[in-house]
Design a protein around this ligand. Structure first.
Ligand code: GLN
Length: 450
């Protein structure tokens, strides 16, 4: 009944473009099987969810919202899907994203634009757009996402849901279609922090199929969720705080005060401003270059769509020209340019060196505090007409305000966005980030601030 109810809701809202594929036969069969015996002690038993369409799902269409993968059906499940199957959740379908994970708006799925569920004149955010949408609408209690720069944590802010990017490697990336593998992280959207703790327990763990996988302790997340140590030190970045508008600064100041009243220390720390300004350019250099390499298999020859041509060069050129969207092509061109031998030395290597400096700056910060408080966005979801692409923006505000979440990807940090305030009826989230492998602490802090 529950599974059927989910399908009814999703079908009624099909025009939203948030969902690409329903796994009706598969999930109803699974639900029926689960009906026969109930596991009292399994909190996830029979819980329906949707997966972002860059997670491989066995026998179920997986497009990553790209025409080039229009008819692709993987022959295996991503490790995390397998793990969620094992705990008897029910994967009911796949959600739309900005093509191949490249973007932050929801306007760049090859299967139609997705808008903010509260106000269709505004962005839903992305790239995990459909996943944020279906959880915000309450269709399912959770959905999977991926986060390379901010793709879970920023849409969470725009949609009043919880969005968690765990420590890099804590959840296996095996079977997840890559954008930029040195940054890509698997995570979730939920309605509350407890649910996130339950999912972390179910999905964390070393996987030998992913060579960047690591074992982050994930025992008893839920059991310990209310035990944030009273000695926990919070902090915020002065330069980022000062770049916020007056109203946001006021809200944040009140938040810091509240934490202090609860007995926590809240420190103001400084972050080298030149490094803050380097966040976006360095991210673009590294992620666009990695994207060229990891998506080289989408060539119209091995698998995916294929256009007709007289030789492999022509097949490849025609297939890629016709089937990739504008944003993806632009990023591939810039990435390919970076990958030319001379440019690697002159530009890409330098970008990597600056990434290292940023990571060092973050390590220095975490020598002084446990939880860094970050504004996941400068304000509520922008109006679509004012929206700009990540790689095209040219705004008068301190740009790093829009990009600050990337620090967590550069350094592999666990980072969670939870609902915070509303401005003119639109939600704005708050983000909490901790040192590598402190996933429990970040969840505990989020529970305290929820
Ligand atoms: N919005 C960022 C971008 O456009 C991040 C994308 C992501 O995390 N997948 O690249």
């Amino acid at each position: 009944e529950l599974t059927t109810q989910v399908f009814n809701n999703l079908e009624k809202d099909w025009e939203s473009n948030a969902v690409l594929t329903l796994a009706k036969a598969e999930s109803l069969e699974m639900a029926k099987k689960l009906d026969q015996n109930f596991e009292d002690d399994n909190l996830l038993y029979g819980v329906p969810y949707l997966a972002k369409d860059n997670f491989s799902t066995k026998g179920i269409r997986t497009t990553s919202s790209s025409k080039i993968l229009d008819k692709y059906r993987p022959v295996f499940d991503a490790t995390v899907i397998e793990k969620l199957n094992k705990v008897s959740t029910v994967m009911v379908g796949k959600t739309a994203l900005d093509e191949l994970g490249m973007g932050g708006t929801g306007l760049h799925s090859a299967y139609g634009k997705i808008f903010n569920p509260r106000d269709s004149k505004r962005l839903v955010g992305g790239s995990s757009s459909g996943s944020a949408y279906v959880v915000a609408k309450g269709y399912v209690p959770f959905a999977t996402g991926t986060d390379t720069g901010d793709s879970i944590r920023k849409p969470a802010s725009y949609n009043a849901v919880v969005g968690f990017k765990p420590t890099y490697g804590a959840i296996s990336r095996y079977g997840v279609l890559p954008y930029a593998p040195s940054l890509d992280t698997v995570g979730f959207f939920t309605r509350n922090v407890d649910d996130m703790a339950i999912l972390a327990e179910a999905s964390f763990g070393y996987d030998k199929k992913d060579f960047t996988s690591i074992d982050v302790n994930y025992q008893n997340f839920l059991k310990n969720i209310d035990n944030l140590p009273s000695t926990t030190k919070f902090g915020f970045i002065k330069e980022v705080h000062q770049a916020l508008d007056d109203n946001m600064q006021k809200e944040y100041n009140q938040f810091y005060e509240k934490l202090k009243q609860q007995g926590y220390e809240v420190q103001e720390i400084s972050f080298r401003e030149d490094l803050l300004e380097a966040l976006a350019p360095v991210y673009m250099m590294i992620s666009f270059s990695e994207a060229v390499s990891t998506n080289a298999n989408l060539d119209g020859i091995n698998f995916g769509a294929r256009e007709v041509g007289k030789d492999f060069n022509e097949i490849m050129t025609r297939t890629r020209s016709k089937n990739f969207g504008e944003v993806v092509k632009r990023r591939f061109i810039i990435g390919a340019l970076n990958l030319r031998r001379q440019n690697q030395i002159e530009f890409l290597l330098k970008a990597k060196q600056v990434r290292r400096l940023i990571v060092e700056e973050i390590s220095n910060i975490f020598a002084k505090l446990d939880i860094l408080i970050i504004p996941p966005a400068p304000g509520p979801a922008p109006l679509i007409e004012a929206a700009q692409e990540f790689d095209q923006h040219n705004s008068p505000i301190k740009e790093y305000l829009d990009d600050i979440l990337i620090v967590a990807n550069f350094a592999g940090l666990p980072s969670i966005t939870i609902p915070f305030i509303e401005i003119e009826g639109m939600p704005v989230g708050i983000n909490l980030t901790a040192q590598v492998a402190e996933d429990l602490k970040v969840l505990q802090a989020a529970k305290t601030c929820e």
